[in-house]
Design a protein around this ligand. Structure first.
Ligand SMILES: Cc1ncc(COP(=O)(O)O)c(C=O)c1O
Length: 383
């Protein structure tokens, strides 16, 4: 008999039973009053998740759909977008901008780091762009932007919009969409919200709407103006929504409100800190420089002589825990732990102790219990 499975990948995350139960409710008419009430509730509750009174539009799509929505509603051919590159998802923004005929103005951020306000300031003193589009939490490398508020201020000072892919960070780290004046913020259901995959969302500032309203949308499915019009006039989305996921996300949003977003962020911070301290105690090296470490994704270098695929296999087969491998250039070089959603002390301790045993089993010299001890010290500091 195997213990219950644990998903410690950077999304989709473990989903609490209360949210899973909402998924199996009978399908309802998406053009009827029951769904209209649910849809309106989701709109309202998303504002809390995004910490804003602005519109937050949900889509039936994965996160990439909302990333693309920002571009298709704001960027015309040859419009210039500043995109700092520091991982897979920053590269994806570049590809999307280019697919819509925009000009991606890019620069490479040093390895193991995320972009800083200083770098954005330097670029904007040379380059005139319509938008700055950054990834808040780069899931492929486990780095996070630490001065987003300042980046948004600098973008506006230079007459540019600020768009943020916060898919793997929103709810797990501080991001005050309205206070920081983020014009477009993108998130998805399957990360820190701890809901099933299938819904993405984008918040739009007043400044953002001005630009959207002045343009001919370049995507039919992700036409922001159409979603807004349908919401205002009918409390319905323009196209058939993923009804069960809307019900589940609404339940997850209620759970977020009950916990309080500050408490959720604190829990993510505490669990990430426990992971970092545990891995250091075991003798592993984390990929991100300490000053850029993510609160939600911990990328750990694979010790020399070991294979990432073996580590992941033993974790999965012997301990029932899924962890992720590296992406693109980091394939084979790191393993990534998702510490998000309903992550808590027991999940962290179970993962750390399983990893200690896995490494020992694979021949890496490890003091069994050293990581667990370090993690426990972090939790006792917070209690
Ligand atoms: C930072 C970031 N951006 C974009 C995406 C893409 O989201 P999806 O796979 O839901 O399209 C992910 C998914 O992991 C992500 O972590």
């Amino acid at each position: 008999m195997r213990t219950s499975k644990l998903l410690m990948i950077p999304g989709p995350t473990n989903v609490p039973p209360r949210v899973m139960e909402a998924l199996v409710r009978p399908i309802i008419n998406h053009r009827g009053p029951e769904f209209e009430a649910l849809y309106a509730e989701v709109f309202e509750n998303l504002k809390y998740f995004f910490q804003t009174s602005w519109d937050v539009i949900p889509f039936t799509s994965s996160g990439t759909g909302a990333m693309e929505c920002v571009v298709s509603n704001t960027i015309s051919p040859r419009d210039r977008v500043l995109i700092p590159l520091y991982g897979n998802f920053t590269n994806r923004i570049k590809e999307i901008v280019e697919a819509y005929g925009g000009e991606a103005v890019t620069f490479k951020v040093p390895e193991r780091e995320a972009v800083t306000a200083k770098q954005i300031e330097e670029e904007l003193s040379r380059e005139k762009v319509k938008m700055v589009y950054v990834v808040f939490n780069e899931t492929s490398t486990g780095v996070a932007v630490k001065d987003l508020k300042e980046i948004a201020r600098i973008a506006h000072e230079h007459g540019a919009l600020i768009a943020v892919d916060a898919i793997s960070g929103l709810g797990g780290d501080e991001l005050l969409v309205e206070e920081w004046q983020i014009d477009f913020c993108v998130a998805a259901s399957q990360k820190c919200l701890a809901a099933p995959p299938g819904m993405s969302m984008v918040s739009v500032s007043d400044r953002g709407w001005e630009v959207v309203n002045s343009m001919k949308p370049r995507s039919h499915y992700f036409n922001l103006k159409l979603y807004k019009k349908f919401f205002v006039e009918r409390r319905q989305p323009p196209f058939t929504p993923v009804v069960p996921v809307f019900a589940a996300v609404n339940e997850a949003l209620k759970m977020l409100k009950e916990e309080g977003i500050e408490n959720r962020i604190k829990r993510h911070r505490m669990c990430a800190e426990a992971f970092y301290k545990a891995f250091e105690a075991i003798g592993l090296k984390c990929y991100a420089k300490p000053e850029f470490r993510s609160n939600t994704v911990i990328a750990v270098e694979v010790p020399s002589g070991l294979k990432d695929t073996d580590i992941r296999r033993v974790m999965r087969e012997d301990f029932g825990i899924s962890i992720a491998g590296g992406m693109a250039d980091l394939r084979g070089k790191v393993v990534r732990i998702g510490s998000m959603g309903i992550v808590d002390k027991s999940m962290v301790l179970r993962t750390v102790s399983a990893l200690e045993c896995t490494l020992r089993q694979l021949g890496f010299k490890v003091d069994l219990g050293s990581g667990v001890e370090a993690a426990l010290q972090v939790f006792s500091k917070y209690s």
